[in-house]
Design a protein around this ligand. Structure first.
Ligand SMILES: [Zn+2]
Length: 404
């Protein structure tokens, strides 16, 4: 299998069908935010992945299993949603219904308290192979929690694939990359053009960091390639600076300018929403459980009319009618999206983004294994929302940003 695919690449010579194995210099992420937005049907999503610009060789080799799962899930979608609307038990969670049709909101509340959380970094793996194995096990079974899991898994991995191969996002930075990218960023700030991008201007740590990331290594090589024109090299330099700056954003707290200090230990977060009061109360309750400390209280102020409002940086909450998608926050658009059947513990994680925190779990794409490895910390809500709480560092960052 492996030697066969190598032959194909050799036959194509310099013309490489998979951009990741060839020229990366024009690659910049389209939206710079991981949102995992999928098409209406699973088959459409898979077709989009099939034609993706930044698709790699191994992505292509999984096309048929993706399509097979997508077709079955599409055919069962209505049945699966009807099953969830009956509020069956979900392992570790119980479902509740809030609001009223057609604006109802089905939420999964934890039915057990997670104890003995580990303080060590852990890893989990996602791959189409694993998903397909699960699919083969259940494909002749009636709708159950296992089908529910299949769809959530599908949406998760297809969402990551989309962000990586369609949007052009980089999936190579991990839990230890933060200080390294900061150091490289500071060193790059001192450079003025591609001519300054020579090894002697950078620390050995930064050079070895560049060499550890294929994307950066490619840029470095092209910046320093004497066979390219100064314009081409300058262009690569500009793109490289952008990539480093985007990468750094993933480790940086970004204060939300709409948040106000309302007393010595209280902050107020305005959010626009038209959802019913029982939904908003739950969102407030779950947010406060995580983001309230003896010396800092979070109060959400719900705004239901934005017209004439001077608050242009205020976030809006959207509750989507689709089931099983990954919730997300778009800082660029100032939107928070929750989907049907969301775990209640996801709410304070998304509110954490609205407060200014980046994700603290790190999804790393491994092209050799054709899988994603996620590094996470059970105790941190921004790293592992089902189990985590606010860390001391997060509490200090909030105080520093909003209570000074
Ligand atoms: Zn997140």
């Amino acid at each position: 299998m492996k030697s066969g695919s190598k032959k194909v690449l050799l036959a194509l010579g310099v013309f490489c069908v998979f951009p990741a194995c060839g020229n990366n210099s024009e690659r910049l992420p389209v939206q710079r935010e991981r949102q995992g937005i999928l098409s209406k049907s699973k088959v459409e999503s898979v077709l989009e992945l099939k034609n993706a610009t930044w698709k790699e060789e191994c992505d292509g080799s999984r096309d048929s299993i993706k399509l097979e799962i997508a077709q079955v899930l599409d055919a069962k979608q209505a049945e699966l949603d009807a099953y969830r609307k009956l509020l069956p038990e979900s392992p570790g969670y119980s479902r509740i219904r809030l609001g009223r049709a057609p604006h109802e909101f089905i939420l999964r509340e934890p039915s057990e308290v997670k104890k003995d959380l580990s303080h060590e970094w852990k890893e989990s793996e996602e791959s189409w192979e694993e998903l397909y194995e699960h699919f083969l096990e259940i494909k002749n079974e009636p709708i159950s929690a296992r089908w529910d899991y299949l769809e959530v898994y599908f949406n998760s991995i297809a969402g990551s694939d989309r962000d990586r191969t369609v949007e052009g996002e980089d999936y190579s930075l991990g839990k230890d990359s933060g200080p390294k990218i900061e150091k490289l960023f500071q060193e790059l700030k001192k450079t003025k053009s591609f001519l300054d991008c020579v090894d002697r201007n950078f620390s050995p740590e930064s050079l070895s960091f560049i060499n550890s990331i294929d994307l950066y290594k490619g840029f470095w090589k092209r910046i320093n390639d004497p066979n390219r024109t100064p314009e081409e090299r300058q262009n690569s330099y500009t793109y490289f600076l952008k990539w480093i700056s985007y990468g750094r954003d993933g480790y940086t707290f970004t204060p939300n300018l709409s948040i106000k200090k309302i007393s010595k230990d209280e902050i107020e977060l305005p959010i626009f929403s038209n959802a019913s009061s029982d939904i908003l109360e739950k969102i407030e309750k779950y947010s406060a459980e995580i983001w309230t400390f003896p010396d800092l209280k979070l109060k959400i102020r719900w705004v239901n009319d934005l017209t004439g409002s001077p608050e242009n940086s205020i976030f809006s909450l959207f509750i989507d009618r689709i089931f099983g998608r990954r919730s997300y926050v778009s800082t660029n658009k100032r939107e928070m999206h929750l989907f049907q059947d969301v775990r209640a513990t996801t709410i304070p994680h998304e509110i954490g983004h609205v407060l200014g925190f980046p994700d603290r779990y790190y999804e790393i794409w491994n092209a050799q294994k054709c899988s994603y490895t996620t590094q996470y910390l059970e105790i941190d809500v921004m790293s592992s929302s089902p189990t985590g709480h606010a860390t001391l560092q997060e509490r200090l960052e909030l105080k520093e940003a909003y209570l000074k």
